[in-house]
Design a binder for this molecule. Sequence first.
Ligand code: CA
Length: 533
Amino acid sequence: MKIHYLILPVICSVLFSGFYAGCGHGVLVRKLEYNAVTDNYRTYYEIFVGAFSDSNNDGIGDLRGLINRLDYLNDGNPDSLNSLGIEGIWLMPVMPSPSYHKYDVTDYCRIDRQYGTMDDFDELIGECDKRGIKLIIDLVLNHTSSQHPWFLKAREAVKTGDMDDTYARYYVLETEKISGKAWYEFEKTPDGIQYYYEGNFSPSMPELDLDNPDVLREISDIVKFWLDKGVGGFRLDAVKFYYLDEDIKNIIFLKWLNEECRKNYDEVYIVAENWSGDISIQNYYEAVNCFDFGMSGTSGDIYFAAQQIAGITEFAEDLAFYQKQVLEKNPRAVLNPFISNHDMDRAAGFLSVDDRAMQMAANLYILSSGSPFIYYGEEIGMKGSRGTASTDANRRLAMLWGDGDTVKDPRGSTYNSNNQTNGTVKSQSPDRDSLLNHYKNLIRLRNANPEIARGIIEPLNFSQYTSFGGFISNYSGSKAAVFHNTGETELKVDLSLYTDINFSVIRGYAGKGQAALNGGILSISGYTSAVIK
Ligand code: CA
């Protein structure tokens, strides 16, 4: 955490003509300007409620626990440096479900009892509103739980041979197993005809028939219910499974869903999980925003750049190309970069728990276009990988508050979260150089420069450097530039050799060292990123 804003104490700029020469190093400098984000370019925070914070000592995180922790995420005071400073929250599913992860829903318009009540949820929305946080919730439309009343009624209907039953028609039922999809035995009719249901995730997740107008009416009612409540949008689970690997049909459905949501709420934020290659994701952007999976994980752009496997020039070129492709599909599109999520090994593990790599990875995606998503605990370097036990529960371990929170690791996990720590919120908070404080300042640096999230990316060619590079972000004619030095060595770079723009002001820097700009020469320490204008 060493971000120093232009707005250093006035005395410094009086005493020194150069930026920060001799002052400011290692000192947290508060910014004078802060752009509270009110549009759809926000830093989001993904929360698995069950592992986040427990308010009633039953070991399971709940909504009241989250409400109690909101000040940690955003205390509503833009001048405060006590909060992480996110302006968006994605809640993994909160609806009633028999599973610990709740991706198999039994009632789309209620709150799971383990997480609390609808009153708690309403209070959470109110508290988020006070803080300017947009709350989006996970919506699982591909399948229900096999315990959903619709499916139970469908089962009874098949048993009586009533295949025209309303609920039998909610699901994809066939008398033979069609190849390429997963089918499970359902029931036999009185005539002895065996029916199978489609369930590509698991037998407990029967797939809805999204061609059925009655199902569409249900979905329309569900999104209206939550939007009327004040939810700011949805994270759509598993959209490529809606019609398994039929992108065109999925996109048509998503366009319909997007229109349903926007009927009364134009600012709704929808982001879809299409865990696919770039080209497929770019096509889905025609309908809705998508997570940029190509940035994430151990084969993603962020990892390659942070670990110096790829150069920053390549990173910037990839980013610009991707953005261009997406904006051609939809001029309103917002990119959604991230390092990892609840279905992936945590970044602190694959970044070798190297503090420098974690800071640089954070710089690469937070100082990027669009709305970045932080997976809870990423900001303190929490670990957790599928491991030899091969369970996703290891990726969803208890948040490490370090202050006696009673939340426990989820059922089925084999890691002990207490042994998987680079520190806790409590231990990192007072440490100026901690990853947590790095994230706090990084988000502020991003927000103080609205060009970064909103602009058109123009990559700069520094291909002779292996670990240095950057891009210009042009937002309605206002240009800012972001530079990253992922290597160890301090560099002095004459920017006039690479761009005609006369950048003259350091807006801030983040990482292990410092940056300065004098006469067009950028000086930047190793493991440091800088924003200039
Ligand atoms: Ca609880």
